[in-house]
Design a binder for this molecule. Structure first.
Ligand SMILES: [Zn+2]
Length: 335
């Protein structure tokens, strides 16, 4: 089907070129039948191109950040849908009925893993697609081969019901981890569409070389934050902080996914005064009240950062996510 539509498009474009060439050579006052023929050929060309466009590989991801990384590798060949929208907390997303049909038409399902998106398992089960289930060809756990931070020791016991039970899952917020994530995606896309494997490899290399140049710039600008303690609402920032050597002194949530008590907020005020914390990090979907309270009590500034592509308008794709976060933090540090 794909090869056929491409062949048709090739024939049509050759015929269009012939028509145009003849038109130019023969006479400036165009022959109406020629013009009509050209218009028809051009419109058929668009139809053929449209048919080819529909041939993109349908892929679902649990998050917008993974969508951005699949698009960085897959380019024109993929049509990616993120199940959790950028404006919601994907760690706590509740799938909607329409999400099941989105999964049903997918060729590949890509998830964060590490208990971040446990709801994705239920969704895959509801979609009833054996090939997308864990361990099958259409299933991709993007945490594969990632060096996970904050893994609890066996002595601590099983997860107590809060998030981050299997280590900190926000690994895409270290730009260096994009090398590993895109390698996993590349492998899956190459398996699904071996005909375009070389193209995927080129896309990935192009993306990584831009990222590498950007990383040097981000590290240089983030040097302004060295030696300054920060606090954040949720611990989305373990990987980001390690890469850019930030000192995140505490979290407004006493445990990931748990709202703070008045006693915890009082302890946070003491900690922020002791460590002279000047910045409180908040994500757009996090509750504003406790962040504003701590900022007002201590004189710290609130800096809104995106932990997901699309969470703020500036974070349009994977690279602009870091551009926006580095800009917001370094602008505040420069004051
Ligand atoms: Zn989390």
């Amino acid at each position: 089907m794909r090869a056929k539509s491409r062949a048709i498009a090739g024939q049509i474009s050759a015929s269009v070129i012939r028509h145009l060439a003849i038109g130019r050579r023969v006479t400036p006052s165009a022959n109406p039948s020629h013009v009509l023929g050209c218009l028809l050929a051009v419109s058929l060309l668009f139809v053929a191109a449209g048919a080819h466009g529909q041939d993109r590989l349908p892929i679902v991801t649990s998050t917008t950040s993974l969508k951005a990384l699949v698009e960085a590798v897959g380019g024109e060949r993929v049509a990616v849908t993120s199940i959790a929208p950028a404006t919601m907390d994907a760690e706590d997303y509740q799938p909607k009925p329409q999400d099941v049909s989105r999964v049903k038409s997918a060729r590949l399902a890509v998830r964060v893993g590490l208990d971040y998106d446990l709801w994705f398992d239920r969704l895959l089960a509801q979609a009833g697609r054996a090939d997308l289930m864990r361990g099958q060809a259409g299933y991709v756990d993007a945490s594969y081969a990632i060096a996970v931070l904050e893994v609890r020791g066996a002595s601590v016991g099983p997860s107590d019901g809060h998030a981050h039970g299997n280590g900190n899952p926000h690994y895409w917020l270290d730009p260096k981890n994009a090398e590993i994530i895109t390698a996993t995606i590349l492998e899956a896309l190459g398996r699904l569409d071996p005909e375009h494997a070389e193209k995927f490899e080129r896309n990935r290399q192009g993306f990584l070389s831009v990222l590498e140049a950007k990383l040097a710039d981000w590290e240089r600008r983030m040097a302004a934050l060295q030696g300054r303690a920060l606090v954040a609402y949720h611990n989305s920032w373990a990987y980001f902080a390690r890469r850019f050597r930030l000192d995140i002194a505490g979290f407004i949530e006493p445990k990931p996914g748990v709202q703070p008590s008045p006693a915890h907020l009082a302890a946070m005020i003491r900690l922020m005064r002791d460590k002279n914390v000047g910045i409180v990090i908040r994500e757009p979907n996090e509750p504003e009240r406790d962040v504003a309270f701590l900022a007002a009590k201590t004189g710290a500034a609130i800096v809104v950062l995106s932990a997901a592509v699309g969470a703020t308008p500036q974070a349009k794709d994977y690279i602009s996510l870091f551009d926006a976060n580095v800009e917001a933090l370094s602008a505040r540090a420069a004051r």
